[in-house]
Design a binder for this molecule. Structure first.
Ligand code: NAP
Length: 312
């Protein structure tokens, strides 16, 4: 495993972070709680010390399962969760108000069965709460010891000017990034440089397409799997065709290094985005074992170039 200290913090974490989306057990097809708990334990054995979740994943289910799975191991790891999205009454609204941040924190602490959150992230910015109010609320939580650090998520280059006065306060930013999704690349480079934050990538396996197990003919997601919907572009239309072409190149490279295709997807990000952390959602122990194979080696410059060319 490789480890990194997040910018402007003393938070040292594994560069592979176990993502908690599937742990919400909603919208990801059939996922079994016993498997998830075993997956967390396997992750710990393999040196994973960073776990990401959100209050919205399965409406709290992901945090509950993570808290249960970590049990006595809580202090050995860093737990990241997110706030800022309120779901209820058939509506989803972004809310960064101090009242909602406090309520969200209380709920997350309870579900995770912990006294503190290592990294509390603004899941999405709302359009009404001034950023200084958000920072002030988070600073007070930090002073009280409820959170250790705070971070950003789903922000873009246009947000830099507003956030610049708070450089050094936020330690990280999350956005979608993978060989299947390069649209945020420039923003991630720019934001991490200008705001001095560690980039954390989500959808790092292209929601599964970059693992090499899907072909044009074996993609049959049920209604309980969000990837059946067109907005999950990686599995539909021209984008799917392009992704399968990327996977063909990845397979050749994986064979050369005797690694899994998923490991190549992860390695590419670790090598290409300096000082990044890769988040991968996992459902079963064998998936985390395979993903850990993405750490501890490097791709050659030549192979990085091949992957870059096929994925642009
Ligand atoms: N900040 C945000 O707004 C945001 C948004 C989305 C996600 N995230 C975070 O980022 C994490 C990663 O993103 P993601 O979970 O959406 O997508 P992802 O990591 O790209 O893909 C996860 C899916 O890939 C499949 N998979 C994983 N490892 C595999 C392996 N070794 N072999 C075969 N299949 C494998 C699993 O699904 P199947 O087995 O069903 O194919 C798994 O659910 C999330 O879990 C969450 O913590 C953050």
């Amino acid at each position: 495993m490789e480890y990194i200290t997040l910018k402007n913090s003393e938070l040292n974490v594994s560069r592979l972070c176990m993502g908690g989306c599937p742990m919400g057990r909603y919208g990801w097809g059939t996922v079994n709680e016993d498997d998830l708990i075993e997956t967390v334990h396997t992750a710990l054995e393999k040196g994973v010390t960073f776990f990401d979740t959100a209050d919205t994943y399965g409406l709290g289910q992901s945090e509950l399962t993570l808290g249960k799975a970590l049990g006595n191991h809580r202090k050995e790891v860093a737990v990241a969760t997110k706030f800022g999205v309120r779901v209820g009454g058939g509506k989803t609204v972004y809310d960064n108000s101090p009242e909602w941040i406090r309520e969200a924190l209380e709920g997350s602490l309870k579900r995770l069965n912990t006294d503190y959150i290592d990294l509390f992230q603004v899941h999405y910015r709302d359009e009404k709460t001034p950023i200084d109010i958000v920072v002030d609320t988070l600073e007070k939580m930090k002073e009280k010891g409820y959170i250790r650090y705070y971070g950003l998520s789903n922000i873009h280059k246009d947000d830099i000017a507003e956030l610049l006065p708070f450089k050094g306060r936020f330690v990280s930013m999350q956005d979608e990034y993978s060989l299947a999704c390069r649209k945020n690349e420039e923003d991630m480079f720019e934001i991490s440089k200008q705001l001095d934050v560690t980039p954390l990538t989500w959808g790092s396996l292209g929601q599964g397409i970059l693992t090499g197990k899907y072909t044009k003919d074996n993609i049959h997601f049920g209604n309980d799997d969000r990837r059946s919907r067109d907005i999950y572009v990686n599995f539909h239309g021209d984008k799917l065709i392009k992704n399968l072409a990327i996977v063909e190149e990845m397979k050749k490279i994986a064979q050369k290094y005797n690694k899994s295709v998923a490991a190549v997807a992860i390695r590419y990000i670790l090598d290409y985005l300096p000082e990044s952390v890769v988040l991968c959602g996992v459902k079963r122990p064998e998936q985390i074992v395979e993903n850990v194979e993405g750490t501890g080696w490097r791709l050659s410059e030549e192979d990085i170039k091949i992957l870059e060319e096929v994925s642009r």
